[in-house]
Write a protein that binds this ligand. Structure first.
Ligand code: TYD
Ligand code: MG
Length: 259
């Protein structure tokens, strides 16, 4: 059985996804399986993914989502991740997206940390986020540090910068009924919502090194939701729940536990 299960979600990012997949396959740490969970992308994107499928580490699944109505009914990447988690065999789980590029030593460093710290359940790293315009030029870039042991992970880190033990999942499911929350009120904050669940029980431990680069493109969910002229996708979604709400809830939980 592989030590690490990497779960990559994909939808229509043909310009970026090859780089994302290649960076995973080229890791210095090689004992992993890679789930490529595609949400029925266009043929351009599927053509880019296809050459990678002969790699024995790659497990490919494609949904059969057809309409925009189906696409907004649930937080799609949460649905795909939950499907992959049912099949994943690793001792550790980590996530990727089709617009994120892992540093070559990301798995090595995160696995190393968890191996050295048996009581730590979740580790996160610093990351670099680059914002791209329509011409794929970088308009600005921010580094997200990973300095503190965090009981407030929602909206402080992204799921592409996290690795957790598989063994946390039964407790999450018992407490909340599922692993990732598929509720479409959290489409914008799906990972923050998952971290909110984790933070009920466990803290996130830092590796303060940039171990991935994240790209926000005009197609990103974030960009679509904050666009001045809402498109069909953002119009069909319900009002999105907020970082503030998730973080305030966790703060109150901590105060109660400490008080
Ligand atoms: P992305 O557009 O990169 O959003 P952001 O970076 O602003 O959070 O989408 C995040 C992930 O969701 C990406 O890996 C693809 C996946 N996704 C689906 O699986 N199905 C969908 O219908 C959409 C819109 C996204
Ligand atoms: Mg993205």
């Amino acid at each position: 059985m592989p030590k690490v299960s990497v779960i990559l979600t994909s939808f229509n990012k043909h310009e970026y996804i090859a780089k994302s997949i290649q960076a995973i396959l080229d890791q210095t740490y090689q004992d992993f399986e890679l789930f490529i969970m595609d949400d029925n992308s266009n043929s351009e994107t599927l053509a880019v993914i296809e050459p990678f499928l002969s790699d024995k580490r790659v497990k490919f699944f494609k949904s059969n989502i057809q309409t925009m109505e189906e696409r907004v009914e649930k937080t799609r990447y949460a649905v795909l991740i939950n499907q992959a988690l049912q099949l994943a065999e690793g001792e550790y789980v980590t996530y990727a997206t089709d617009d994120n590029v892992y540093n070559r030593r990301r798995l090595e460093k995160m696995v190393g940390y968890l191996e050295q710290h048996p009581k730590v359940m979740v580790v996160y790293s610093a990351s670099q986020t680059r914002y791209l315009n329509e011409m794929k030029e970088i308009t600005h870039s921010i580094t997200r540090p990973a300095r503190t042991i965090s009981w407030l992970a929602p909206c402080m880190t992204d799921h592409c910068s996290v690795m957790h033990r598989m063994s946390i999942l039964p407790q999450i499911k018992k407490a909340f009924g599922s692993y990732w929350d598929e509720d479409h009120q959290f489409y914008r904050l799906g990972d923050a919502r998952f971290f909110w669940r984790i933070n009920h029980f466990w803290a996130f431990y830092p590796i303060n090194e940039v171990l991935d680069e994240n790209y926000i493109t005009p197609k990103s969910i974030h960009a679509q939701l904050f666009n001045d002229s809402p498109n069909q996708f953002s119009k069909l979604l319900p009002p999105q729940r907020t970082c503030k709400e998730l973080r305030e809830y966790l703060r109150a939980l901590r105060r109660r536990d400490e008080g």
